[in-house]
Design a protein around this ligand. Structure first.
Ligand SMILES: NC(=O)c1ccc[n+]([C@@H]2O[C@H](COP(=O)([O-])OP(=O)(O)OC[C@H]3O[C@@H](n4cnc5c(N)ncnc54)[C@H](O)[C@@H]3O)[C@@H](O)[C@H]2O)c1
Length: 356
């Protein structure tokens, strides 16, 4: 039996993680920590047998748990992961963006090496129907070798957090660490890397804040990514008129258009629509994606996949940091140094080498 403690019981924990955790007989949620008394009260109703804490440090130090699931805002993630490693908890599942800075990633990588905890960055779009559909088309060679990918996410505003804590935390950089790049760019970036089966070498980014509601957080951004032999572009906005997701994957023999409810494959064999089982613009709670992720990280742990996922998280952090630096310099193209180069840990360096 896996006894899991949830840290941060807001929207994604209640609507995405909890139903997925509770769908497995092998998992019990035995503890929850949340800063908000309103949210702790909701936990007492939903999880009458769980130990409820205000402070995540108390949960990590004393709760009857084997692993944790971190669903707090981004600036808290690194410290919580490190503390959980020190107690030897495993798995340590952490919502995106996994951590914010290269320095935080290196800290967490060292703690992982010392503890042997399995750490999973919640890259849940890897378990989406969209990802599976696109992967099938690419693996079948329908569009040839992928040369360029463009992905777009537009929202009329930053998503609100749960009432009872700070619903506008996504636009408060002291909690979020940044704006739309961290919120939506994280997902788009790992999808793009996975479809190109490469990691980017350099990035150029322009970003701005257009709407005063978003304070210091960027609400529009374009990232141009340069891979060996391929290119990517990610366009992100919290100022769109509508909620929208879309994109285009160009191959040497054809292309895949990504629409909200389907993908359209054009190749020498003809044009074919493949339906998706959910609209991409629906709220991203999707318990079934979390369920697949939990299966691979808790029920039937796959250490090669967790190593890949951990290394990928390091590339995402390094790419996003380079994108912010580029935006600060007016959009110049900057190399992406993987965080492996910042760490003295041979184990992490070796893991990167295997994953590249
Ligand atoms: N993977 C996805 O598709 C997806 C979707 C939504 C949110 N997220 C991520 O999940 C995390 C939470 O987002 P949300 O939408 O659920 O936010 P939310 O505002 O709804 O919930 C956050 C909760 O964390 C609690 N909290 C804040 N700081 C805390 C701390 N130090 N210790 C304990 N509890 C604390 C708050 O009281 C609140 O209940 C973020 O990292 C976000 O980016 C991921």
């Amino acid at each position: 039996m896996h006894s899991i403690g949830i840290i941060g019981f807001g929207a994604i924990a209640e609507k995405g993680h909890l139903p997925a955790l509770q769908s497995f007989a092998e998992i019990e949620v035995t503890a929850v920590a949340d800063l908000s008394e309103d949210r702790r009260e909701v936990c007492r109703r939903l999880l009458p047998n769980a130990a409820i804490f205000e402070d995540s440090s108390d949960l990590i130090a004393t709760a009857d748990i084997s692993g944790i699931d971190i669903c707090t805002p981004p600036t808290t993630h690194a410290d919580i992961i490190e503390a959980a490693c020190r107690r030897g908890l495993s798995p340590i599942i952490c919502e995106k963006p996994f951590v914010l800075m290269e320095e935080e990633y290196v800290r967490v990588a060292r703690a992982r090496d010392l503890s042997d905890s399995r750490i999973i960055s919640v890259n849940n779009w890897m378990y989406s129907h969209l990802h599976r559909r696109v992967r099938e088309v690419l693996d079948a060679g329908r569009i040839g070798k992928v040369k360029r990918i463009e992905l777009r996410t537009g929202r009329p505003d930053a998503a609100k957090g749960i009432a009872g804590w700070q619903p506008r935390w996504r636009t408060d950089v002291s909690h979020s660490g940044g704006g739309v790049i961290l919120d939506h760019g994280w997902h788009q970036l790992y999808l793009l890397m996975s479809w190109l089966e490469q990691w980017p070498e350099s990035v150029a980014c322009v970003a701005r804040t257009v709407d005063a509601r978003h304070a210091l957080a960027e609400d529009e951004a374009t990232l141009d990514l340069f891979f060996p032999g391929a290119e990517g572009r990610i366009e992100l906005s919290w100022t769109s008129e509508t909620r929208n997701n879309g994109g285009l994957i160009e191959g040497t023999r054809g292309n895949v258009e990504i629409h909200d409810d389907r993908i359209t494959v054009s190749s020498p064999e003809g044009v074919r629509d493949l339906k998706l089982n959910d609209r991409l613009t629906l709220a991203s709670y999707h318990p079934e994606w979390f369920q697949s992720m939990l299966k691979a990280s808790i029920i039937r742990p796959d250490s090669a996949e967790s190593d890949r996922n951990f290394a990928e998280a390091g590339v995402l952090v390094a790419t996003i940091r380079a994108a912010y630096r580029s935006a600060g310099l007016g959009g110049v193209r900057l190399p992406i140094e993987t965080v492996a180069q910042h760490t003295a840990s041979p184990a992490v360096r070796e893991r990167f080498a295997r994953c590249l």
